[in-house]
Design a protein around this ligand. Sequence first.
Ligand code: SAM
Length: 545
Amino acid sequence: MKPQNNEISFKNAAEIAQVSVATIRNWIKTGYLNITSAGNVDFEGFNKFMDEVAGKEKLNSRANKLKKDEHNHKKLSLEIERKIKNTGKNSDKLGNEYELSLSNSYRNKEGIYYTPSEIVKDMMKNLIVDEFTTFCDPCCGSGNFIIEALNIGIKPENIYGYDLDTNAVEITKKRIFNKTGYKSRNIVSVDFLKYTSSQNFADLSFDLIFTNPPWGKKINIKEKERYGSIFGSGKSIDTSSLFLFASLKILKNNGKLGFLLPEAFFNIATFEDVREKILQYKIERIVDYGKSFKGLLTKTQAVILKKVNSENSENFENKIICQSNNKIFSRTAESFQKNPKKIFNFWLNSQSSEIIEHLYKLPHITLENKAKWALGIVTGNNKQHCSCQIKNDYVPVYKGSDITTAGLKEPSCYIPHHFSKYQQVAPLEMYEAPVKIIYKFITSNPVFFCDTQQRFILNSANILIPDNSIGITPQQLCDLLNSRLINWLFKSIFNTHKILRRDLESLPLHTGYFANYQCFEEQTFLDYLHIRQTKEGTYKIVRSV
Ligand SMILES: C[S@@+](CC[C@H](N)C(=O)[O-])C[C@H]1O[C@@H](n2cnc3c(N)ncnc32)[C@H](O)[C@@H]1O
């Protein structure tokens, strides 16, 4: 049965996947699942994820672990209190010990992942401070950013920290005291979002705000939306975005902000509004730190910006230093601004970014409003329904992995031809269309096949049926989508392993090529676009002499 609005609650998703709700949240946080605007789990993506990824042993064992683990928080708090009292000068390890004694599910629920000191140091390097500089970590945890603020010379009385977690607040205060002898009253147990959205914060502002906010933390959707409308965060209402909007509100003009964020922040559609917001300021640096938190699958990436008014048009020309995979590139805000969904593809050098811009400038069409889309069949239980042998009344059904660059493999799976049994089936006319394009859903290399034999597909593949308005044949479209250039373009812009309809819809398709050529040929296509491939596998514009 298809759920209403194509979404399911977290609880239902957890029941179906047989994991805890915290695990579902973690899968959302790490970009495996998508959240709908109503705060539920996107059903289409969920089914595909279950089919393609979640079955893999590694994730399941991790999920089961998350489901089981627990700790007694009251007892732990008493133990921390005792340790704070009895620890002498060496209190720096307290945060680490506290974090390790929390259960994974609790850490996950509250977003408790303290930032390793190498990352904190790197994010805060080159800051210029004086005796008046004020500093804030809006969710300071055990105080790693705050200790670095002391290290770079900010006075302890000018340092502020907030956190919901009273144990973490006490640890931070103890660390400040041990380092400076100052008993801080500025480290407070408070809900930062509640506080900044009320009037109480109106007169507070800071020169520097550096943190790693909670990512994808569970808050009631109504409350999230309320914060979103107070901070003007549009569709970006994940807690990391809300913390960023709230922090920008209390950052002084010319002040600097550094946030450590999940990879999704830089390339997923739901974060477009927050990307748009930070593009209004002078972004100084973006750094990819890789997978820096044990137990988290996502990469962590930091953005450091200066709050200078965007009316100053020079901002767009300013170079942004981008560090990724030990390489340093320089990019402009404008190059991100022009990307679909304002994606920050900062892992690309400016030459590749120029190619993307060049391709978008040339006459092209996109598939938006020019194609019908459908999902493969969600049986609800592949083990029960799929057979590797053809039987009476069974039909062959193709999987995403059957679609390859060399063509479609022979079928290896068959299902009973009684489609009413299955959980979700697209209208039959989509499968039975005289011509359709099918494509693999989970892959980092998009691959398409033009089917003229009314084949059925499982939900590890999807269907697209182009309208006549695109002006080329489905086979020509399929060849174009399978080109090495489109493959490079897709990876360079979206950097994802999920082939989403909205991403395909924003690709530039230079269909004018077929006005001169019937068949697709890669080199002629590149010549048509005035570009050539480099030895490194990227592209260069061929300048006319
Ligand atoms: C990812 S941890 C980072 C802690 C610290 N900034 C660091 O980088 O080491 C996020 C912190 O946010 C805190 N937190 C979660 N929700 C909060 C809220 N509404 N207000 C203040 N702190 C919050 C958690 O308790 C946790 O300590």
